[in-house]
Design a protein around this ligand. Structure first.
Ligand SMILES: N[C@@H](CCC(=O)N[C@@H](CS)C(=O)NCC(=O)O)C(=O)O
Length: 232
């Protein structure tokens, strides 16, 4: 019997089946990267709902797995060194799952590096910038009178959309074949709908991005992963 008792998070979110991978997440653009990847690879897993409320994401049990209090995080009871492994940061989780399964990370070493490059572009650019756009355009920051932060992130979002649109010219997916780079990027593009920001960033003028998003959202694993764990 696999024993996950060394991971205090399992006291608040007990594993029903400790032999399978444990996902701690919520269906946000960062959270669904992990669930979509798990659905795409067909790995067996159990999803635990960790809401963004302090009582969950800042609980001592969650912090024991991710001291940075952010979803998603995982425990794989079948880690690479014959021992369970806990991981946080969606990009690290995507790379781990891709390497574990040999899926969605390309065929050659060059493919892998190009996919990693676009994954990092999402982690360092698209995610943080669109996240700030959401704050200053839809959430609490929208009330700030000074227009400069809002304009900064609107302009940055537009610029990033231009980069993605250019890269998608003549391509179905961002780095050749469908990969973890797409699983990282596309949920954030979809998040623009949630922010009510598609018009302000002129998404309609980015025809390659729009077609890409449709292609991504049509995948059965994406449709399942977008709602895991269920919000209620
Ligand atoms: N760089 C992190 C970002 C994760 C992140 O920002 N998660 C948000 C939800 S999308 C969160 O858990 N926020 C809770 C908080 O900050 O208290 C990753 O990619 O995993």
């Amino acid at each position: 019997m696999t024993d996950l008792s060394a991971f205090p998070i399992t006291r608040k979110w007990p594993a029903q089946n400790p032999k399978v991978l444990q996902l701690y997440s919520f269906p946000t653009p960062n959270g669904v990267k992990a669930s979509i990847m798990l659905e795409e690879t067909g790995l067996e897993y159990e999803a635990h709902k960790v809401t963004l409320a302090d009582a969950d994401v800042k609980s001592p049990e969650f912090l024991s797995l991710n001291p940075n209090n952010k979803i998603p995080a995982i425990i794989d009871p079948n880690g690479p060194d014959g021992e369970p492994i806990g991981l946080f940061e969606s990009g690290a989780i995507l790379l781990y799952l891709a390497e574990k399964t040999g899926k969605l990370i390309g065929q050659t070493a060059s493919d892998k590096h190009h996919i990693t490059q676009w994954l990092m572009f999402q982690m360092g650019g698209v995610g943080p910038m669109l996240g700030q756009l959401g704050f200053f355009y839809k959430f609490a920051g929208a009330e700030i009178e000074d227009p400069r932060p809002r304009e900064r992130y609107i302009n940055e979002a537009k610029r990033l959309l231009g980069v993605i649109d250019g890269q998608l010219e003549g391509r179905d997916w961002i780095a050749g074949d469908y990969s973890i780079a797409d699983i990282a990027i596309a949920p954030w593009l979809n998040g623009l709908n949630f922010y009510g920001a598609t018009e302000i960033v002129e998404l309609d003028s980015r025809k390659n991005v729009l077609a890409y998003l449709d292609r991504f959202m049509a995948r059965p694993a994406v449709q399942r992963g977008m709602n895991i764990p269920a919000r209620d």
